[in-house]
Design a protein around this ligand. Structure first.
Ligand code: ZN
Length: 214
């Protein structure tokens, strides 16, 4: 059994690389060889706890991925603390921003809109088309009730999921109520993240000093 100190966790099955070829293997007894060890640790990045796996087998490369919705970053064990913190932070942010890009294509966007309409509007709003739009710079979303078409700005890809869902839902409700009167907001009351989403978009608009409204 390899030595197992505090905070030392051996990698799970299937994570090892194939053993070194005979001849190049270290001559030290297996129990002292650190090469198979992966030390795990955590670091908080933007309020989220990121898992760090330090591997003595890694020399230079840093990589990361989502595992069950959590960010996991693999780093060489030899990195200094400051370098590691900086790289983990950069990579975790990149993974999160990629994750937030939202539904990839129009088909995914439309499927998401349909799911929202089913869940919150009892399926009453049925758009004829839902598309990403690169020309739409001043609005997060738009709806043409006459044709049943909804367009969502490409800029909305970077919004948090529940805020993008609000933008979609907002446009879906316009298929039922064209204006922003009390009837309109009454339809949206069922959406749990309504206040957070509106506050978020107000904040973005304020920061950009121009009105981007759904
Ligand atoms: Zn509107």
């Amino acid at each position: 059994m390899p030595a197992r100190g505090r905070r030392v966790v051996l990698a799970g099955r299937g994570r090892y690389r194939s053993p070194m070829p005979t001849g190049s293997a270290p001559s030290r007894p297996a129990a002292l060889r650190p090469t198979r060890g992966v030390r795990t640790d955590t670091q908080v990045v933007d309020g989220e706890t990121v898992t760090i796996r330090r591997s003595t087998r890694r020399r230079r490369t840093v990589s990361g991925r989502l595992e069950e919705g959590r960010v996991v970053v693999m780093v060489p064990d030899a990195l200094s603390g400051a370098d590691e913190r900086r790289l983990v932070e950069q990579l975790a942010r990149r993974i999160r921003s990629r994750d937030r890009r939202g539904p990839a294509g129009d088909a995914e966007l439309e499927a998401r809109a349909t799911a929202l309409a089913d869940r919150y509007l009892g399926g009453r709003a049925r758009p004829t088309a839902v598309r990403w739009s690169s020309r739409q710079q001043r609005r997060w979303g738009s709806c043409t009730p006459a044709t049943g078409e909804i367009r969502i700005s490409e800029a909305a890809r970077n919004l948090p999921e529940d805020v993008l869902d609000y933008v979609l839902l907002h446009e879906l409700v316009h298929l039922l109520v064209p204006d922003h009167g009390p009837e309109f907001w009454a339809e949206l009351e069922v959406y749990p993240a309504l206040e957070r989403a509106r506050g978020f978009l107000d904040g973005v608009a304020h920061a950009q000093e121009r009105a981007l409204t759904p």
